[in-house]
Design a protein around this ligand. Structure first.
Ligand code: PLP
Length: 401
């Protein structure tokens, strides 16, 4: 007998979509992972974290293991406030909520702002996991084109004006990754930042600024939208996943107190107090600016290595954006179907993420792929790009015949 469960009607919306995580197909053993948006294993401070756990338990015994957690936890919040202040965003305690990763923050924002009628404006392409979260709450999206300078705010303005004229629902929120975007690696210009904030005023929407890679600028870090946000339009989401350790799931959201309070209602105590206490203990023992410098030096080098290898090994029709920070290079392969090509890349020994997964309409993006220079070491990067070059050459040639 088929068992029936009393699901909420909202589940139908979620189940309309593909299962989560399809972009992360099982990578064959031994493949060079240019698909993974993870930090390089050697750059994850496991020794520092081990010492932090030791210090925590030596000094506090069982305290960090209780619901209520360690007295060190408030220091984590202070640290986040200081990091944001360094980037010109002054956030009060009430405007800040520490979450289990940026993804929980995105989910909480969706919970308090979205329902079946809401429209979400997204960059096209965008971070696929955020898209999955939004799609659990609504099926109405505005997919806004991007270029080498991030979100195309001119096109966005036109799209908003058209929608308004047609009497269609305007977006409640814009989701943007303005700095070192996932998947394109691009960064929104200062002019576009100003423009998008103006549009938010004019068309009355909120901006979810996802800054997961914002600390990882090779030269400079652009001004945060949150730092330019005179009217509390921006909900800023941050994360320590890319700069400390993703498995600790430490993220946060900073925004108008009323919104943050609403999120607290839903989050309850669904935290990881031990992870928060460990992070607090870790940061008290290090020079965080020095740590960030070490990371940006390494990722700058790895990015250059990848770009040089792309120039050397990829056919001349292939192009890419050169990132100024973050983890990713977005590659355009005219004439290829990058999803169909993936099994060949696996067989050759290299992994990437097909572009289609970053689009709302997965018919798009077939000629693109996302490479990450973060996880693999430099030797692997060069080898991986050489292998990719061979796979692409074979595919594009086949297509021409
Ligand atoms: C743009 C973006 N936001 C958020 C996240 C996830 O952050 P967290 O691990 O803090 O949930 C990622 C990770 O890939 C990301 O690329």
């Amino acid at each position: 007998m088929k068992q029936k469960f009393p699901f909420s009607k909202d589940i139908d919306l979620a189940f309309k979509n593909d299962p989560p995580g399809l972009w992360m197909s099982a990578v064959p053993k031994g493949c060079i992972r240019l698909n993974s948006g993870y930090p390089e294993p050697a750059l994850v401070p496991s020794k520092g974290i081990k010492e932090a756990v030791g210090r925590l338990l030596d000094e506090e015994q069982d305290l960090p293991l209780h619901y209520i957690g360690s007295p060190r936890i408030p220091a984590l919040k202070k640290f986040i406030q200081q990091r944001m202040l360094k980037r010109e965003a002054e956030i009060s305690e009430e405007e800040l909520l520490v979450t289990s990763g940026a993804c929980q923050a995105i989910d909480l924002i969706s919970r308090i702002l979205l329902d079946g009628e809401a429209v979400v404006a997204i960059e096209s392409p965008t971070y696929m996991e955020a898209l999955e979260v939004f799609r659990n709450y609504t099926e109405h999206f505005m997919s806004v084109p991007t270029d080498a300078n991030g979100l195309d705010t001119g096109r966005f303005e036109q799209m908003l004006a058209d929608r308004k004229e047609q009497g269609r629902t305007l977006p409640r929120v814009l989701y943007t990754i303005p700095t070192f975007q996932n998947p394109t690696g691009t960064t929104m210009t200062p002019e576009r930042r100003e423009h998008v904030l103006k549009l938010a005023e004019q068309y009355d929407f909120l901006i979810l600024e996802d800054d997961a890679y914002g600390e990882l600028g090779f030269e400079e870090k652009p001004r945060l939208l949150k730092a330019m946000d005179a009217n509390n339009r921006v909900l800023y989401v941050g994360s320590l996943s890319k700069v400390v350790a993703p498995g600790m799931r430490i993220g946060w959201v900073a925004g108008a107190e009323k919104l943050v309070t609403a999120m607290k209602w839903f989050k309850k105590d669904l935290d990881h107090p031990f992870a928060q206490a460990t992070m607090a203990s870790y940061i008290e023992g290090i020079d965080f600016d020095g740590h960030i410098k070490e990371l940006t030096d390494a990722y700058r080098r790895k990015s250059s290595t990848m770009i040089a290898a792309l120039k050397k090994f990829l056919p001349p029709t292939v192009s890419w954006y050169v990132p100024e920070g973050g983890y990713f290079v977005w590659v355009n392969v005219p004439g290829a179907d990058t999803a169909k090509m993936l099994p060949q890349a696996y067989a050759a020994g290299v992994a990437y993420v097909p572009g289609r997964y970053f689009f709302l309409n997965q018919e798009e993006g077939t000629e693109f792929l996302r490479l990450s220079f973060s996880y693999a070491n430099e030797q692997q990067i060069v080898k991986g790009i050489e292998l990719l070059g061979q796979v692409i050459a074979a595919n594009v040639e086949q297509k021409v015949e």
